[in-house]
Write a protein that binds this ligand. Structure first.
Ligand SMILES: [Fe+2]
Ligand SMILES: [Fe+2]
Length: 304
């Protein structure tokens, strides 16, 4: 694990979310999860602006300092994020409507705004840096979509969408909401997004590349910790309320986690190849450690 990343995730504004993955005490089952209202107040204090980011150095780095081979490799992670942010923005509406309390809905409304901002951030990065020839966000998204893995579609367009479609027609189905939050907040955001962010930001900091991207993507990561903190709180309350929901969380994780692991593995990946200077094993271990701490906080994994 590299120095700058440890410093960033120890920053007061990151730790403020109370995401169990950022608390070593979560290994012993000692976590203090924020309430939905406290998470909302944190959102009010953690605003940022896509239009304020300066990508001029990034444009030079991308075209003049990063080799064509490396651009190809970097594109897998970047495009998975760009398309992933678009998918989660689109799917959150029915989940918010199905949330059983007003405090949950107020927080989820802020999360919809965040996810829209994340799409706008990637779109501006792709456009200012000149990554594709395409004009317009739809066209850039279509180009990015050609670069993701088949398991990406299985995860977002089948597993997540199936639950969200169910919630759109049956918003009172709390078990479907528990499954959707398990996929969305625990797996997509907690395991995939925060892991990708950790390694991509660390690699750029080590290489001294893409400073505008690093600035914006660090803000995205801070937002994601807040979202996962919401998911941890929600799932802990549901697990405490009914054994049926505990079972639903475990059953969903068993089905979804193996597909998520395939998304961490680029389609061009060969065994032993480093990913941003790390092995695939290290990347997996990071994702699993974060999941384990959150599951302890939810009460699904016994504290050893
Ligand atoms: Fe996001
Ligand atoms: Fe998010």
């Amino acid at each position: 694990m590299s120095e700058p990343v440890i410093r960033r995730t120890e920053r007061a504004d990151f730790v403020a979310s109370s995401d169990p993955a950022l608390q070593a005490s979560a290994d012993r089952g000692e976590v203090n999860l924020l309430s939905y209202r406290e998470l909302y107040h944190l959102w009010e204090r953690q605003q940022w602006s896509v239009q304020d980011i300066d990508f001029s150095r990034d444009r030079v780095d991308w075209h003049e300092r990063i080799s064509p081979d490396e651009r190809f490799q970097r594109m897998y992670g970047l495009s998975s994020f760009f398309v992933g942010e678009q998918r989660v923005t689109a799917e959150l509406g029915p989940m918010m409507r199905a949330a059983p309390t007003e405090d949950m809905r107020i927080f989820l409304a802020t999360q919809i705004a965040d996810e829209g901002r994340h799409v706008a951030f990637f779109d501006r990065f792709y456009s200012e840096v000149g990554i594709f020839e395409a004009e317009g966000v739809q066209e850039r998204l279509a180009e990015a979509e050609a670069q993701v893995n088949p398991s990406f579609h299985e995860l977002f367009d089948e597993m997540l969408r199936e639950r969200v479609d169910r919630l759109a027609s049956e918003p009172e189905d709390l078990e479907a909401l528990v499954e959707a939050v398990t996929i969305y907040h625990m797996v997509l955001e907690g395991m995939l997004a925060l892991t990708g962010q950790h390694f991509i930001i660390a690699y750029n900091e080590e290489q001294g590349t893409l400073p505008g991207f690093v600035e914006g993507f660090s803000n995205v990561a801070r937002d994601e910790h807040r979202h996962v903190a919401f998911g941890s709180r929600f799932l802990r309350e549901m697990a405490e309320r009914d054994e049926r929901y505990r079972t639903a969380i475990s059953r969903t994780l068993e089905k979804v986690a193996p597909v998520a692991e395939q998304v961490l593995r680029p389609h061009w990946y060969e065994e032993g190849m480093p990913l941003f200077g790390y092995s695939l094993g290290e990347v997996r271990a990071f994702a699993l450690k974060a999941l384990e701490r959150r599951l302890k906080a939810i009460g699904l994994v016994a504290v050893s």
